[in-house]
Design a protein around this ligand. Structure first.
Ligand SMILES: [Zn+2]
Length: 245
């Protein structure tokens, strides 16, 4: 068993050192040895603020995102979705709550998670976005807002792999793919990432089709096109977005 100071680190780092030596535990955001999300990642995620997301896509709703889809956040979302990095749930849930509050600062709300495909849930063993929606709702409720999570959306047909599709093709692939059950009151569709916006547009279309007249969207992150170097990077395959967006 590793002891405090063996590697020149303080007592407070003993548990992280042991995790690294014995279990190979690392921060899911940056790979630093230790349990859970490291201080550096938490600090980096706290340095910016939520923002409004716009997309030139017919039917795209009013939407907010907590942070840009890049760096540690991108890796945390992937780890939560693909590798069950449950220690990321509270951090990502807090960011989603921030995006929801940016979109709808007050009043009661219903959060509707974007559904994962049945095959993805079967493969991963759980629905990552639904877990994060519940975490965000808990946080908002603690702040005194009546917030419920209702998984009111479901797919009615299989979706082709979206990874190689452009915006128009993604929208064509998704349009009419979801159905909703009727909900009353203000609704915010929630997801982990917004790339082209086709998923959020389809989710809100399905809700409007059953009578919802007040639906917005909020995501933990969104891709952003910027001038210069960042624009080139955003145009490349590294930021093409997850395959199921
Ligand atoms: Zn980290």
């Amino acid at each position: 068993m590793a002891r405090p100071g063996v590697h020149g680190r303080g007592v407070t780092n003993w548990r992280d050192t042991a995790a690294d030596l014995l279990l190979g535990a690392t921060c899911p955001g940056c790979g630093t040895p230790g349990w859970g999300i490291c201080t550096g990642c938490r600090t980096a995620l706290g340095t910016t603020a939520a923002f409004e997301v716009s997309r030139s896509l017919e039917g795209f709703p009013r939407a907010s995102a907590a942070r840009v889809y890049e760096g540690q956040l991108r890796r945390l979302i992937a780890a939560h979705k693909e590798r069950h990095a449950r220690d990321a749930t509270s951090v990502l849930g807090a960011l989603l709550a921030e995006a929801v509050a940016h979109r709808r600062p007050e009043g009661p709300l219903t959060l509707v998670p974007v559904p994962s495909s049945r095959s993805a849930v079967r493969e991963r063993g759980y629905d990552s976005v639904q877990v994060l929606a519940v975490s965000a709702a808990r946080r908002l409720s603690r702040d005194g807002r009546p917030v419920a999570v209702v998984p009111a959306l479901r797919h009615v047909r299989r979706i082709a792999d979206q990874a190689s599709l452009d915006t128009a093709a993604r929208w064509a692939n998704l349009r009419g793919a979801m159905v909703a059950r009727p909900l009353r009151g203000p609704v915010v569709v929630v997801d982990d990432v917004c790339t082209t916006g086709a998923t959020l547009a389809e989710a809100c279309r399905a809700l409007t089709a059953v009578g919802a007249h007040d639906s917005d969207a909020a995501t933990i992150s969104a891709t952003v096109l910027r001038r210069g170097r960042q624009t080139q990077r955003s145009a490349g395959p590294a930021t093409a977005g997850p395959a199921d967006l």
